[in-house]
Design a protein around this ligand. Structure first.
Ligand code: BEZ
Length: 358
């Protein structure tokens, strides 16, 4: 009898331990699933890498700067980044945003990121192409039909290799964020063919591949940064510009121009840059949240901007502009010239063009 009581106690003790272990496991997986469901709307995240909140996440307030006005998609994407950082960290992480060149030009912002006084900046691929020549690949004319195509391309190995070329001066490219595709906006002359650009003083971002496109059509490119464009149009320093529909609206260019040729001849990436040392030094759970919040912001931006194309054209038309489509065939020679010149400059650009050219 004594023996069987002892046996019963042993079995009971063993069963009790089993129940405790099972409870422990279910508590863990319960919270992990909770993180996933409350934080993810995308399909790229894993529950293990992104905690929703926790004692171990330090309180950090980052700084992010960019050059566009607050109604531009890049600012909205920055706000989404902040929202997601807070949501995924239970309020421990956030970012203060400095829009509209408040912290200076792109060159100033790059310097601040390199020095570590600014954590993140949205820097145009056009600006970066002057210091990282491989970035020119993104400006292959008519390489992409839609923004979504370009966004998908940004996740390929060749695009990531280009991002990697930024490293070496303390700068790290985390990802790409696109604005709308490029269009041609003019003051007095309707552009219907490449030769209509001949002799026109066109504002083109000071970036070699962009300038080459206009030069090969016979235009005289003026390398003005965004904040100087409005007054240059107003005073007749330039006849037109290379722009996107978004910035044409947000900078009120309809007040000083008449025509929009919707060419969609190039995509317009910015790179979300950070300080390499700062980023590599972040606790793993913080960098995981930063990465995920960025992914969500980029996704939001591509989806929102892609749906706005028709609305933006109508808006500019309602502001009195003549808005018309211009076919890719018009710039056939410029496409060939670009491919020949830039494929010869770098194997990476050649690979990019071969991969994405339709
Ligand atoms: C531009 O320089 O044309 C530009 C820069 C940022 C966003 C949109 C346009």
């Amino acid at each position: 009898m004594k023996q069987s009581i002892k046996m019963f106690r042993l079995v009971f003790l063993f069963a009790f331990i089993l129940v405790l272990v099972a409870c422990g496991n279910s508590t863990e997986s319960g919270s992990s699933t909770g993180s996933g469901s409350s934080t993810s709307s995308g399909d790229t995240k894993t529950d293990e890498t992104v905690p929703v909140s926790g004692e171990d996440i330090p309180e950090m307030k980052f700084k992010l700067a960019h050059i566009t006005p607050t109604d531009h998609m890049w600012h909205q994407a920055a706000e989404k980044f902040n929202e997601k950082l807070q949501e995924l960290s239970g309020g421990k992480l956030s970012v203060e945003i400095y829009p509209a060149s408040q912290l200076g030009t792109e060159a100033d912002m790059v310097q601040q990121v390199e020095a570590g006084s600014l954590d993140f900046a949205l820097i145009t691929g056009a600006y970066l192409s002057a210091r990282t020549p491989e970035m020119a690949a993104w400006f292959a004319p008519y390489a992409f039909e839609t923004l979504k195509e370009a966004d998908e391309a940004s996740r390929t190995d060749v695009a990531r290799e280009i991002l990697g070329k930024l490293e070496g001066t303390g700068l790290k490219g985390l990802d790409y964020l696109f604005a709308g595709q490029r269009v041609i906006v003019t003051k007095d002359k309707e552009i219907k063919s490449a030769s209509d650009l001949e002799g026109l003083k066109m504002r083109v971002t000071p970036s070699p591949p962009l300038q080459d496109f206009y030069k090969s059509a016979g235009a005289a490119p003026e390398g003005l940064p965004l904040p100087e464009v409005y007054s240059a149009l107003q005073t007749g320093v330039i006849d037109g510009m290379d722009m996107d529909l978004d910035a044409t609206i947000t900078n009120k260019y309809s007040e000083v121009t008449k025509y929009v040729a919707v060419t969609n001849h190039m995509v317009w990436p910015s790179v979300i840059v950070t300080n390499e040392g700062m980023y590599e030094g972040l606790p793993e759970n913080v960098s995981a949240i930063v990465d995920e919040a960025l992914k969500e912001a980029i996704k939001f931006s591509v989806e929102t901007r892609s749906a706005q194309e028709e609305e933006f054209k109508s808006e500019l038309a309602s502001q009195g502009m003549t808005v018309y489509e211009l076919d890719k065939e018009v710039f056939k020679d410029q496409i060939e010239e670009f491919d020949a010149k830039y494929s010869g400059q770098s194997d990476l650009i050649k690979k990019f063009i071969e991969t994405f050219r339709n």
